[in-house]
Design a binder for this molecule. Sequence first.
Ligand SMILES: NC(=O)c1ccc[n+]([C@@H]2O[C@H](COP(=O)([O-])OP(=O)(O)OC[C@H]3O[C@@H](n4cnc5c(N)ncnc54)[C@H](OP(=O)(O)O)[C@@H]3O)[C@@H](O)[C@H]2O)c1
Length: 396
Amino acid sequence: MTEPRRATVLGATGSIGRSTLDILRRAEPRPRVAALTGMGNVAGLAAAAREFRAELAVTADPARYLELKAALAGTGTEVAAGPEAVVEAARRPADWTMAAIVGAAGLAPTLAAAEQGGVIALANKECLVSAGELFLAEIARAGATLLPVDSEHNAIFQALDRDNRAALDRILLTASGGPFRAWSRERMARATPEEAVAHPNWDMGAKISIDSATMFNKALEMIEAKHLFDVRPEQVEVVVHPQSVVHSMVGYADGSVIAQMGTPDMRHAIGFAWNWPARRALPVERLDFARLARLDFEAPDEGRFPALRLAREVMAAGGLAGAAFNGAKEAALEAFMARRIGFLDMAAAVEATLARLAPFAPAERLADVFALDAEARATAEALIASGEVGKGAVLA
Ligand SMILES: NC(=O)c1ccc[n+]([C@@H]2O[C@H](COP(=O)([O-])OP(=O)(O)OC[C@H]3O[C@@H](n4cnc5c(N)ncnc54)[C@H](OP(=O)(O)O)[C@@H]3O)[C@@H](O)[C@H]2O)c1
């Protein structure tokens, strides 16, 4: 009998984390769980740690340490708290790590996990957007295996013809278009966080759901795809596909387009990464084409979704532009969630921040990435606080 693998789930209490635990729950043999991490959902983290008999459970919030410790009293699970403890948890020996912390906060723990040279199932897209080549260089140096879990990049990974790499012509990222796909700009200007969070097809965390509504999520994915698949910016295209059945496509020099399809369930991509390089049965619904009847495609409207244009500008600028883009986007997102700015102001804040911080130096050290991320957050926040962005758009 094969030894059970050791797994760690960073961001175990989130949408991807919970789906990952569902895949691990059904795995044979059942994996050993080295570490589980979360932040505010201490009860969820403790329940998962108990169920999986995790060796270590960590909340990123130092103020929640005693609560987590009490919840896991008598279980034998070690407990720790704070951002440093999350990085230490990622360093615990594991064969397979799910990187599913949301935002740039996932960068340091994911890099720490990669140091072990195991499999990194990468759901967090901000690692590649912010740190790009530096992140990939660290992965290569450590000899880790990076498997994309973002459904689009997982689809491309599956559709890639590795024997004919030079014949790759373009990458077609599909986008659902989010909840405001058919809304006018005027209506979008009045959109509330509750409306933005209600994604039509996918059940995701609040931040990525709002990023889908602005299409910043697709913008991040464009930059992620450029780095992951080493293509030129103009080879990355976006096509709106409201049913989210075609998860993405690869176009080749001979005109062929290979698509990967499935129901919109992240356990496809997570299970693929868990079973890779094998393919095994997964607890997901099968596609019923007769019931589906049709698949629709349309061009994205960059007038209403400027994030896509900004992504192309960021890819063209290169260097630390990605770190600034993501940092500004996260600050703008927080401000929108706190109802301090309107929906369309998020893109305005990111664009204004990029204009302030350009030109962008090449990214030479990870410290540069963290520094520019912080500078971009502070710049976006100052633009918002001064009313230069979002003036008069504060929501009731
Ligand atoms: N959801 C999807 O379908 C999907 C698809 C593709 C890619 N992704 C990417 O996967 C990542 C996770 O997405 P999600 O939807 O699962 O997000 P989510 O539901 O918001 O979960 C985020 C996880 O990160 C933890 N967390 C939040 N802030 C943290 C911090 N500062 N330090 C450490 N941990 C922190 C959360 O803990 P608490 O919940 O305990 O506070 C939770 O475990 C994102 O990068 C997203 O873009 C998601």
